[in-house]
Structure formats: C-alpha cells, structure tokens
Design a protein around this ligand. Structure first.
Ligand code: ADP
Length: 165
C-alpha cells in the first residue's frame, strides 16, 4: 500500500491545504494528514481543534485520515511505515526551507521520499497566517477557507476581541 503523510500546522486548514490533500489522495492509496505539535509555536487553534476541524473538512475523502504528532516528521513517517512526505510549494520563498528540510529528512531516513506538489495558481498566495490576519480585522475570507473554518475563525476572534467586528 502506498501511504503518504501530509504534515503541517493547519492553523487552520485553508482551501490551499485542501487542494494539495485532494490531489495527493489521487496519487496514493492512503494519506494521513498529520498536525505537527510544535511547542515553539503559539497556535490560534489547539491541537484538538485543528484535528477536529481537519476531520470535518476532509470527511468527503475516504482515503484520508487525520492524526497529530510531536517530534520529527520523518520519524513519525517511518513509524507509520509511510513511503512519502507530501509538501506543497507556493512561491520561491518556500523553496529554500523546504529543500533544506527534504535533504535533512533524506539523511535521517533514506527510505522516506519528500514529494513536492505545486500550489494551484489560485491558492499560491494563500497561507493560514494571511487568513488569520484578514479574519482578525473582520475581512472577508469566504473564498479562502471552507465554510466551517470561516465560522470558527469568526467565533474565535469575537471571543478574543469581544465587541469588535
Ligand atoms: P507548516 O508550518 O508545516 O508549513 P502549514 O500548515 O503552513 O504547515 O502547511 C502545511 C503544508 O501545506 C505545507 O507543505 C505547505 O507548503 C502546504 N500549503 C500551505 N498553504 C498552501 C497553499 N495555499 N497551497 C498549497 N500548499 C499549501
């Protein structure tokens, strides 16, 4: 069975993530979308919330499951017996960091391949940070995230800044 891991922060999942996951699910038998829990980052959504949101949004894809992990992605990938790590590439700015990470991972686990998928032009500007920035100022994010995420971002920011928007 060809199994791949799609790791990321997913804070929160955007239409760009969904597009990459959907396309990867056509190439592999099974995809595990894995929320990486990085204690150095201060996410807007908790690990539990991010997993729950991904599960709801990805429900239509029957060969995609959702999990979370701590530590090195490459170790998690090997532990799951997956052959590949899927990463999306948006702009040249993504490249340097991704290249460094892919080569390091190859050194650590030579059997694991990193597979890069180019972002669709439509989503190539899109990131969770941009979405959070726009939503925090009450801007329209309707076309950028699934409807459930739009709703949850609005709730999150109205709880953080009551009386705003
Ligand atoms: P990380 O902090 O690991 O980069 P992200 O949640 O930002 O986590 O991204 C997870 C994966 O999804 C990464 O491979 C990233 O390149 C990819 N990705 C993020 N946004 C997009 C997008 N708009 N189009 C395509 N891929 C994307």
């Amino acid at each position: 069975m060809k199994l791949a891991i799609c790791p990321g922060s997913f804070d929160p999942v955007t239409n760009g993530h969904v597009d990459i996951i959907k396309r990867a699910a056509l190439l592999f038998d099974h995809i595990i979308v894995a929320v990486s829990v990085n204690s150095g980052k201060k996410p807007l959504f908790t690990e539990k919330e991010r997993v729950e949101l991904l599960k709801s949004v990805l429900k239509p894809f029957n060969n995609v499951s959702v999990d979370s992990f701590e530590g090195l992605t490459v170790n998690y990938t090997a532990q799951k017996n997956a052959q590949a790590i899927i990463r999306g590439l948006r702009a040249i700015s993504d490249f340097e960091n991704e290249f460094q990470m892919a080569l390091t991972n190859k050194k650590l686990q030579p059997k694991v391949e990193t597979v890069f998928m180019m972002a669709q032009a439509q989503w190539s500007f899109l990131s969770s940070s941009v979405v959070k920035e726009v939503a925090s100022f009450g801007g329209c994010i309707t076309d950028l995230v699934p409807p459930l995420i739009e709703k949850r971002l609005k709730e999150k920011f109205s709880a953080l800044h009551p009386g705003k928007n």
